[in-house]
Design a protein around this ligand. Structure first.
Ligand code: UDX
Length: 440
């Protein structure tokens, strides 16, 4: 099949590469010539395990190519994926201007039947807007060409996006048109493996499914974070509670981990956008509001613990920071709890020695040359001569440090574990003071 992907950001590039891997011919478009140059040179502008090799392989095989030529890309594919960004507006709603521009472009240049697929996370009702924008362009040109608009939300986790795309647990397709349904069935047939993963529905339900999934996951996290606060007050251990409830198959273990708050490009933005959609429709969704408020508070939980331990004046204190990215296996720092922590510690007069396996360049870009903040080349180097260690991201490499050595390196011998990576008694056995999230 011939496929065009408009927008070569995270979602567009992963989708394009994976569809090419399945034998399709894919042309990826981006308006940013620098990005296209990088991709043509065989590199990728983001960090995502397995993606670079997949891009190179498929470019070499002639199945994947990149362009900045909008007309060429519209004419190329029967399927036109729209995978452009939907950044939050000031009021929290999703900014659809890039999506609508992409739709207009399709209408302006299409020369044959097209199946237009919304891949970006867009509010309920966007497919109608996309359809109307295409119709308007076609009528201005005075031509009649059949097309339909399909919603096909992505459920890719950063750090596991290639795997998630190649082995999906479900493929949600919202389509109200027979040709659109058949085309999507054919496109995803190779991804089905042993059982049918395609869940067909109407367009609006598909649009809502994406937000509902992310909001549900964010709700679980905020709920656990709130219970962790209570556990601390009660002298209970949230990790035992997590195991105790996760073993109920109706609850399950996933996304029950308390920590220093969720971040990233999806949860914060999508929870807000869904709230906004509800308000626009005359509904005040209380749970969603609480999910966001609890998360904001949770992002400050490490600072609260540091204040309680050292007091608010941290002049002359040095902190080792392990992890900057909003989660492991990514260099993404959007809405990362580390950002709040760094700002808070610097404001209190502390100096910081930060290490992250891949996100340090991104952090340098965000913070520039800030007095008091330095980046070091290893986790061990960060700890040397610091007063305390703060763990912010749950990278595997941070999971089993040498606590004896750490006790020698840290002047104040304190560990603040924002992701509950360690068993408190093991850390304490080395002579360190341990503060986790909701732990005894
Ligand atoms: C998420 C969804 O998982 C994915 O399906 C959707 O397509 C996009 O949004 P992503 O943003 O990559 O993916 O991150 P995810 O792995 O879901 O983690 C989000 C945040 O929640 C991270 O900051 C993580 O550290 C935090 N988290 C996750 C917890 O605090 N506790 C948990 O139990 C799980």
């Amino acid at each position: 099949m011939k496929i065009s992907v408009i927008g070569t950001g995270y979602v567009g590039l992963v989708s394009g590469a994976c569809l090419a891997e399945m034998g399709n011919h894919v042309l990826c478009l981006d308006v940013d010539p620098r990005k296209i140059e990088i991709l043509r040179a065989g590199s990728i502008p983001i960090y995502e395990p397995g993606l670079e090799a997949m891009v190179q392989r498929n470019v070499a095989a002639g199945r994947l190519s990149f362009t900045t030529d909008i007309q060429k890309s519209v004419e190329y594919g029967l399927i036109q994926f729209i995978a452009v960004g939907t950044p939050p507006d000031e009021d929290g709603s999703a900014d659809l201007s890039h999506v609508v521009t992409a739709a207009r472009t399709i209408g302006r240049y299409m020369n044959a039947r097209k199946v237009v697929v919304d891949k970006s996370t867009v509010p309920v009702g966007t497919a109608e807007k996309v359809s109307a924008a295409i119709a308007e362009e076609l009528s201005q040109r005075g031509v009649k060409i059949p097309y339909c608009v399909v919603s096909n939300p992505e459920f890719l986790k950063e750090g596991a996006a290639v795997e998630d795309f190649m082995r999906p647990d479900r493929i949600v397709v919202g389509a109200d048109d027979a040709f659109g349904i058949e085309t999507m069935r054919a496109l995803y047939a190779p991804f089905q493996r042993n059982h049918d993963k395609l869940i067909l529905m109407d367009v609006k339900s598909a649009e809502l499914t994406k937000y509902a999934a992310n909001a549900m996951l964010a709700t679980r996290i905020s709920f656990m974070n709130e219970l962790a606060l209570l556990a601390e007050r009660l002298g209970a251990d949230i990790e035992r509670v997590r195991q105790g409830i996760g073993s109920d198959p109706r609850i399950g273990y996933q996304f029950l981990y308390p920590g220093c708050g969720y971040g990233g490009s999806c949860f914060p933005k999508d929870v807000q956008a869904l709230q906004r959609t509800a308000t626009e429709n005359g509904l005040d969704l209380r749970i969603l509001e609480a999910v966001e408020t609890v998360n904001e508070r949770q992002k400050a939980v490490l600072l609260d613990k540091i204040d309680a331990h050292f007091g608010k004046n941290l002049d002359g204190k040095c902190f080792a920071l392990w992890g900057l990215a909003f989660k492991p296996n990514t260099d993404d720092m959007r809405e990362a709890p580390a950002r709040i922590l760094i700002e808070g510690l610097l404001q209190r007069g502390a100096t910081l020695r930060a290490f992250d396996p891949v996100a340090m360049e991104e952090a340098r870009h965000i913070f520039g040359q800030r007095a008091g903040l330095s980046f070091v080349e290893s986790a061990e180097k960060a700890v040397e001569g610091a007063d305390a260690l703060v763990v912010v991201t749950e990278w595997q490499v941070f999971r089993s440090p040498d606590f004896e050595q750490m006790a020698l390196s840290l002047r104040a011998r304190v560990v603040f574990d924002g992701r509950n990576l360690y068993e408190p008694h093991l850390v304490r056995a080395a002579g360190l003071t341990y503060h986790g999230i909701g732990r005894l």
